[in-house]
Design a binder for this molecule. Sequence first.
Ligand SMILES: NC(=O)C1=CN([C@@H]2O[C@H](COP(=O)(O)OP(=O)(O)OC[C@H]3O[C@@H](n4cnc5c(N)ncnc54)[C@H](O)[C@@H]3O)[C@@H](O)[C@H]2O)C=CC1
Ligand SMILES: CC(=O)C(=O)O
Length: 331
Amino acid sequence: MFEQFFTPSPEVNQDSTTIRRPRKGVIIGAGQVGMACAYSMLIQNTLDEMVIVDVNREKLEGEVMDLVHGLPFVQPSIVRSGTLADGHDADIVIITAGAKQRPGETRLDLVQRNVELFKNLISEVVKCCANAILLIVTNPVDIMTYVSWRLSGLPSSSVIGSGTVLDTARFRYLLAEKFQIDPRSLHAYIIGEHGDSEVPVWSKVNVSGMPLFDGDLDNASDDNQQLEEVFAQVKNAAYEIIQRKGATSYAIGLGVTQIVQAILRNQNRVLTVSSLINGLHGIEDVCLSLPAVVNRQGVTRLLNMSLTTKEEQQLLHSSQVLRETIGKLNL
Ligand SMILES: NC(=O)C1=CN([C@@H]2O[C@H](COP(=O)(O)OP(=O)(O)OC[C@H]3O[C@@H](n4cnc5c(N)ncnc54)[C@H](O)[C@@H]3O)[C@@H](O)[C@H]2O)C=CC1
Ligand SMILES: CC(=O)C(=O)O
């Protein structure tokens, strides 16, 4: 079509091995979170091709129409609605489908509904997108990551949960506000469950390598109480936001983008994603977040982070909460 406008170049390189293979991702779930991930990845030039899938076809079409009308403003990429079958050559599948918390509900309250959904979904994903890394966002994300690993039969390195990447960002943001520091220069981690039993690693909080505390916040000084209040805000952030606007989406969209970039750009980036833990800190057969090295193979290494006795105990408790929940599942 319109050949009159173009003249083929005399020496087009036909050797496809010199051309980088496009980075392709599938997002399952075109809800608030799925679309925030799509938008964030689009404006950060993260994928060359993005396929968005949802059982609600009408909503899906509307969301994708809205998104593609922005393509002239960003780096070129393909964005379209589709089905899982369109993901046969996908590098990554991001799962955001499923029930979300209503005001007052915990993430663990979603477990039955979302595990039932995943029982069908994961086998389809593995069948259709055989070579993809799975990135789970649906809550309760640690349980859903474990369930996805078990149901998929994939190596655990290829099944990753967004984990406490979001909580870690909230922690850094709030601490950075308090200390008047750019959050990128403040290093701090939330580990364990993405949920009520999560653990702040006070002993490792530092500004460009300078530790801010000796260890645990043991004495009840005013300063320490203020810092405990910061952690309470981190832990309760989702409840507070859901109470006000019904869902959280922007920050998780940005967090997912960082994880996807770490994977597809082979960055070896340290992120508090959720992955299978077997042995570290005395934890067995649970997915939860510890600082992990993320690259094109997924989670390849976990940092042997030293913790105080109190932090170890809190982490073990968090793992027990998750293990008990897994123990009640009929997988
Ligand atoms: N890991 C994290 O840090 C966070 C996780 N979440 C979780 O993400 C999930 C999604 O939240 P929202 O997007 O706000 O919910 P939402 O209700 O806006 O969207 C969910 C979407 O999933 C779709 N869906 C349901 N079953 C499907 C299937 N079998 N295949 C394809 N699509 C399907 C629905 O049609 C809907 O469009 C929830 O479980 C929520 O708790 C939310 C924020 C942060
Ligand atoms: C909903 C949720 O998991 C969060 O915003 O942390």
